[in-house]
Design a protein. Structure first.
Length: 64
């Protein structure tokens, strides 16, 4: 996996600034932060939810 250095990070930030413009950058950052927050919350809720036991099932079409 390639390492992301300072020049690459600067280039990505410059492209994002050109795409969104300085006025929309705070909104985009807030939306990204909200999405990450909801993802983490959903993962925590999923970990807490008990998983149902799977019944022992026989295959529908056993090979003879």
């Amino acid at each position: 996996m390639p390492n992301i250095g300072l020049p690459e990070l600067f280039l990505v930030l410059l492209i994002v600034l050109l795409l969104f413009g300085p006025g929309h950058l705070p909104k985009a950052g807030a939306a990204l932060g909200q999405a990450v927050r909801e993802l983490r919350q959903g993962l925590q809720e999923e970990e807490k939810r008990p998983t149902p036991e799977e019944p022992d099932r026989q295959p529908d079409n056993p090979i003879k």
